[in-house]
Design a protein around this ligand. Structure first.
Ligand code: NAD
Length: 513
């Protein structure tokens, strides 16, 4: 159905793919544990994939460590040229790859294609960056001395990714790591390994065309046990992990215990503040896209809307007019805006959260049903829920990775809304809708939003790659993608050079021997 078999053939995702790839060749035990990946849209088998063993991990880790020895010597702009070619190859395969992302993850085709576009964009960004890995120069306090800092390649970067952005998040990390002179080991989500296999095929052809040695871009398929091996591995100086706060706490502890670097991109509990000075037309569109887009399965999905008392009813009625009409269906079907959840466990988390919020006093305004019937057969479809709640409810304080939108009222000053928005443990994305300059600036001030992302008149979800992406508090503190996020992928060094005939000491210290 939907031409998926052709897509799998074109992308080289066949049933006999092995459990790992070190860049040029696939490998793994012939009797590997194989798992079937079913489409969240209809439960149909897409393909099976082999899972790696601990021995496979060792092979991959060694290949990566070996490859780093030579890759770090390739001039950065030349490394950028390889990334440029990867970007061009992704352009060629955008359609089938976008379709596979949509089929395997369940996001609508437009978003699947958007995710591939994000990979292409980060390639372009990384190519430019490959000529701009700048440090500063400083003036020494000593005569005839020069001081500067420089950035050197760091080593093997472990990338653990989540199911909801099965390929884009990897590319944010891997493309920056590559131009920085690092090699990478990618452990995709066990729920979405096929898109990773497809991408690795594309990478592999570029590596072969350029005679790049084994081990520069590695893929290993597996579940949390392989992720845990990466976290514990002293040969991996940086582990970039995207997923739940539960996972991040474990990975952070293990990497921290060996004093490695962990870049954590964890859960959000994102809010949009709507003041009486908002342009409600754009606010409502941003709220709906943020809350139901990707069926509420984005780390930046809008979970809470904090609305000024005098416009609360108006906003609620406008949302109530839209929610029952949302086109829910197969993600590859044209016109669908809301696809399925990833699996049955996600549906159970959705219904469980709705029950708990109601027990806490929350009011279900519309939606919340698990959908059945022939058009939904075999899939994990729900109708997005709209609820009226209070911010302090235990369930509202949690991230439920499903389309539940909580409406919360605020009274008085905009600072009251900001305090509510900050009063959760997560700190990823936030926005305010207002045309009032004082309110907007209050939101961006030191006493404003405490999130890694704070937007004015733009929703919480759908970040551009040019900015640094990530969040505070239980979101983990990591930043990746644009701005100067590249620095975490490099080893920073301060250099002082003396070209005088004396040896003056810093701080004027006298030490005559
Ligand atoms: P998850 O935590 O279940 O899994 C994410 C990845 O971590 C998977 O590859 C998994 O195998 C691995 N993993 C799990 N336990 C591990 C352990 N102990 N050691 C090492 N690896 C381990 O998350 P998910 O369900 O795939 O994704 C949804 C979550 O991801 C949500 O909380 C969402 O907010 C978050 N997310 C955050 C961002 C961000 O950039 N902040 C982006 C996307 C998703």
């Amino acid at each position: 159905p939907h031409g998926l078999q052709d897509v799998l053939r074109e992308l080289g995702v066949e049933a006999d793919n092995a459990a790992y790839c070190t860049g040029r060749a696939w490998g793994g035990a012939p009797n590997a544990d194989r798992r079937v990946i079913n489409a969240p849209a209809d439960g149909q088998r897409i393909a099976s994939v082999a899972f790696a063993t601990a021995a496979d991990y060792e092979t991959v880790a060694q290949a990566a460590a070996e490859a780093f020895k030579t890759w770090r010597l390739v001039p950065a702009p030349k490394r950028g040229d390889i990334v440029r070619q990867i970007g061009n190859k992704l352009r060629e395969y955008k359609e089938p790859l976008g379709k596979l992302v949509s089929a395997e993850m369940g996001k609508i085709l437009q978003e699947g294609l958007g995710e591939v576009q994000e990979m292409i964009d980060i390639c372009d960004f990384a190519v430019g960056l490959s000529r701009q890995l700048h440090g500063f120069t400083m003036h020494s306090e000593r005569p005839a001395h020069r001081m500067y800092d420089q950035y050197q390649p760091l080593g093997v970067v472990g990338i653990i990714s989540a199911f909801n952005f099965p390929v884009a998040v990897w590319s944010w990390n891997a493309m920056l790591a590559a131009v920085c002179g690092d090699v990478s080991i990618w452990k995709p989500s066990e729920k979405t390994p096929l898109t990773a296999v497809a991408v690795q095929h594309i990478i592999k052809s570029v590596l072969a065309d350029n005679d790049i040695p084994e081990g520069v871009f590695n893929l290993i398929i597996g579940d949390a046990t392989i992720g845990a091996a990466l976290a514990a591995d002293r040969r991996v100086p940086l582990v970039s992990a995207t997923g739940s706060t539960r996972m991040g706490r474990k990975v952070g502890e293990v990497v921290g215990a060996r004093l490695g670097r962990a870049l954590l991109e964890l859960g959000g509990n994102n809010a949009i503040i709507v003041t009486k000075n908002a342009d409600l037309g754009i606010a409502i569109r941003a709220i709906v896209f943020g809350a139901v887009g990707t069926a509420g399965q984005r780390c930046t999905s809008t979970r809470r809307v904090i609305i000024e008392d005098s416009i609360f009813e108006d906003v609620k009625q406008r949302l109530l007019a839209i929610y029952p009409k949302l086109p829910i269906g197969h993600p590859l079907q044209e016109g669908t805006l809301v696809g399925p959840l990833i699996d049955g466990a996600a549906v159970a988390a959705f219904t469980g959260a709705l029950a708990k919020v109601q027990a806490e006093g929350g009011k279900l305004l519309t939606g919340g049903e698990v959908l059945s019937g022939p058009e939904y057969a075999g899939g994990h479809y729900v109708r997005p829920a709209l609820m009226e709640v209070e911010n302090h409810y235990a369930t509202v304080q949690e991230e439920t990775f499903a389309p539940i939108l909580y409406l919360i009222k605020y009274i008085g000053e905009v600072q009251n809304a900001i305090d509510l928005q900050n009063d959760v443990r997560q700190g990823l994305s936030s926005s305010i809708f207002t045309l009032n300059m004082r309110e907007a600036e209050a939101f961006l001030a030191a006493t404003g939003s405490d999130c890694g992302i704070a937007n004015v008149n733009i929703g919480t979800s759908g970040a551009e790659i040019g900015g640094a992406f990530g969040g505070e508090k239980e979101t983990g503190g990591g930043r990746e993608s644009g701005s100067d996020a590249w620095k975490v992928y490099m080893r920073r060094q301060t250099n002082t050079i003396n070209y005088s005939t004396e040896l003056p000491l810093a701080q004027g210290i006298k030490f005559d021997v």
